[in-house]
Design a protein around this ligand. Structure first.
Ligand code: PR8
Length: 474
């Protein structure tokens, strides 16, 4: 299907809201702004993604813990920049009757770090690497949007403490690799950007972010990694005895992976006008078997379909749709909406030939295979779907980026729902002018590769210091 004829690309919001509801991902009708219900398929995907990430974190020595939901006003106020960044966004529990107010975590630095202070005594306690998958709460002031910008945020946050700056720097790289591994398994296309100083995490030395492309041209920040330097350690008085016996302040990093935004990216990047297209790893149902029943042959066909189900069920999450109150066509439509990677069609012909017809959801191609080849062929199709989705999304990420040399060109690119790559002098004034006049945000420069300026600043023609990406965002 061409892009211009596609509802997903023409009217993304409508397409997305319709798909997440009908494919049973999220019901966004809960009557409190920014809070929604994860339906069975959304909850399933969330659990799979969480597991994929936690496995990688544990392989690299992060310990899983659970910290409290609340912090006190006093603890919350310790790191000056952090308060500035978050104080307007927190939900507060007023306990009444003169008791101190409690602050619900917008993120957990102010909850974890007082404990780190107690736990860390000497260099032998370092590195400390902990993580938790929990919900955090932010009173987002921008318009909320199901999965993309919510007030109850399901995420994983990891926090680390190190002896020196070099170790912390190394940790940023490790975090980057962990996130890359997981996003690759989910076939998501993204770029890794170092945010400009004015947009870094409140309290960080620098922040890097994974921006995933979206069909409406906005970028979706699915994860971020922050080098905190010693800012928080100083504020929370975390100290340790160094190898030479003297006292020192350690270096910290933290990183967060937004599960709801990652689910949004999977849906938005891979889906089509028929509904979801899921990478096999996150699909609640990976294979659906649809018997095409003919009068008088129902029993043979259903018996054969059950045999096929038994062959696949131990390897893949398999459903035999033997409902008799809807047509095979309606079943195709239903399971395509759900994004099931592989459909197995079985009619009288297949029974006679000892074969099945396989259809893949990503390209809609169909092939007939004999029963002997079935298991191997389904395995092969799953791998092919995964690599095709990854390929497609990565290609798309690159294809939406265009170079722009002046404001007119930037404006045009953003209007075409794309991302502009520009030379930038580094001034806030130019970034603000961009925001005011064309609605584009300076998202930052590439972190994974070095890019040299190829002309003057695209905004006011001053000398360029870096090459940055400009986009609208959620
Ligand atoms: C930190 N502290 O807090 P971060 N809706 C959906 N996802 C969101 C939202 C939202 N309103 N806000 C943030 N996220 C650091 C790192 C501990 C962990 C997701 O970092 O404020 C985004 O994917 O950058 C974001 O990249 C991630 O949480 C981390 O949030």
């Amino acid at each position: 299907m061409s892009v211009s004829a596609s509802k997903k690309f023409e009217n993304f919001s409508e397409w997305f809201d319709d798909v997440i509801f009908r494919a049973r991902i999220v019901d966004n009708r809960f009557p409190v702004k920014g809070f929604s219900v994860y339906l069975e398929n959304g909850a399933f995907m969330l659990d799979v993604i969480k597991k994929l990430l936690e496995d990688e974190l544990e392989k690299t020595g992060h310990k899983k813990m659970y910290f409290p939901l609340v912090t006190s006003e006093e603890l919350f106020r310790k790191e000056a920049e952090h308060i500035k960044g978050f104080s307007k966004e927190v939900f507060v529990i007023d306990q009444g009757s003169g008791e101190q107010k409690l602050i619900i975590r917008p993120t957990s630095e102010t909850i974890m770090y007082p404990m780190f202070k107690l736990w860390i005594r000497s260099h032998a306690d370092l590195p400390l690497k902990v993580h938790q998958s929990v919900n955090v709460y932010r009173r987002e002031t921008k318009a909320t949007r199901a999965l993309y910008r919510v007030r109850e945020i399901p995420w994983n946050e990891a926090h680390t403490v190190h002896e020196n700056a070099a170790e912390a720097e190394k940790q940023v790289r490790e975090a980057m690799q962990i996130y890359e591994t997981v996003l690759k398994k989910l076939c998501i296309g993204y770029i890794i950007l170092k945010r400009p100083d004015f947009d870094k995490f409140a309290g960080a030395v620098y922040s890097i972010a994974f921006d995933a492309w979206n069909p409406d041209g906005k970028v979706n920040q699915v994860a971020t990694i922050h080098n905190l330097g010693r800012n928080f350690a100083k504020a929370y008085e975390i100290e340790f005895e160094k190898r030479d016996g003297s006292r020192g302040t350690p270096y910290q990093t933290c990183y967060g992976f937004g599960f709801s935004r990652v689910i949004a990216a999977i849906i938005a990047q891979h889906g089509d006008d028929r509904g979801l297209v899921l990478p096999p790893v996150v699909a609640p149902t990976q294979v659906v078997i649809i018997p095409i029943l003919f009068k008088g042959q129902e029993k043979q066909i259903l018996d054969y379909a059950s045999k096929v189900r038994d062959m696949l069920a131990g390897r893949w999450r398999t459903v035999l749709d033997d409902r008799d109150d809807i047509t095979p066509g309606e079943k195709f439509y239903h399971w395509e909406l759900m994004g099931v990677p592989v459909r197995v069609e079985i009619g009288p012909k297949e029974v006679v030939e000892s074969s099945v017809t396989l259809a893949r959801r990503d390209t809609l191609e169909r092939v007939k295979v004999s029963l002997d080849e079935l298991v191997g062929k389904v395995d092969e199709l799953m791998r092919a779907i995964e690599s095709n989705l990854l390929e497609r999304s990565r290609r798309m990420m690159l294809s939406v980026i265009s170079d722009a040399n002046n404001m007119e060109e930037i404006k045009k690119i953003l209007k075409e729902r794309r991302i502009a790559r520009i030379n930038w002098c580094g001034s806030i004034e130019c970034a603000e002018k961009l925001k005011d006049e064309v609605g584009g945000e300076v998202r930052g420069e590439r972190y994974d590769i070095v890019e040299k300026p190829f002309g003057p600043c695209a905004v006011r023609r001053g000398e360029a210091r870096s090459v940055v990406y400009v986009a609208r965002s959620y």
